[in-house]
Design a protein around this ligand. Structure first.
Ligand SMILES: [Zn+2]
Length: 178
């Protein structure tokens, strides 16, 4: 089923260049945001982009790390009741612990948040963690991927050229005509 879906998506993008680098031939489909960001069974439409092998494989690490943080922020584990979601989350966390342990939140430096708007809560509503450099890198790469992906989706063209699109202090993409 999954293989069929991929084959169909690749066919749609036949003859396209890579949405991210603009140079490589798109032989794969990149999901932006990554599928790992979402609970099981949730399959957003139009989140698939033609990518070359190098860009797709080269951002797998950042995809995984971004997905973990995104799941932690959006889908509190304590609220996840479905077995498949808990398993997905635990697999993601384990994969990162094995491959990129430096990217995991440092539990020892967690600070409890006991405010909800102007209300002070008796128990922490969340915990704040310092952002690791691996997590920061993942967020920067994801920002660039999202910028290229949205530009491709909205214009049908690949974001290339001389002018940088800036977000904060990091260039997130390039575009021409400026
Ligand atoms: Zn590429």
């Amino acid at each position: 089923m999954k293989g069929q879906h991929k084959a169909r998506a690749v066919r749609v993008f036949t003859n396209s260049s890579c949405y991210f680098c603009g140079a490589g031939a798109a032989a794969t489909v990149d999901h932006v945001p990554p599928q790992a960001c979402f609970p099981s069974g949730y399959m957003p439409e139009r989140f698939e982009f033609p990518a070359c092998e190098a860009c797709n494989q080269g951002t797998k690490k950042q995809d995984q790390i971004f997905a973990l943080y995104s799941m932690l922020l959006d889908f509190d584990e304590s609220k996840m009741r479905r077995r498949e979601d808990l398993e997905k989350m635990s697999k993601l966390r384990q994969g990162i612990a094995n491959n990129y342990p430096e990217a995991l939140p440092d539990e020892a430096r967690a600070l409890p948040i006991t405010r909800l708007g102007s209300l002070v809560t008796p128990r922490p509503v969340a915990y704040s963690f310092p952002v690791t450099s691996a997590a920061r890198d993942a967020m920067q790469v994801m920002t660039r991927k999202l910028t290229h992906a949205l530009y491709f989706r909205e214009t049908g063209r690949i974001l290339t050229g001389a002018s940088a699109v800036e977000a904060g202090d990091e260039p997130v993409g390039t575009c021409g005509g400026k």
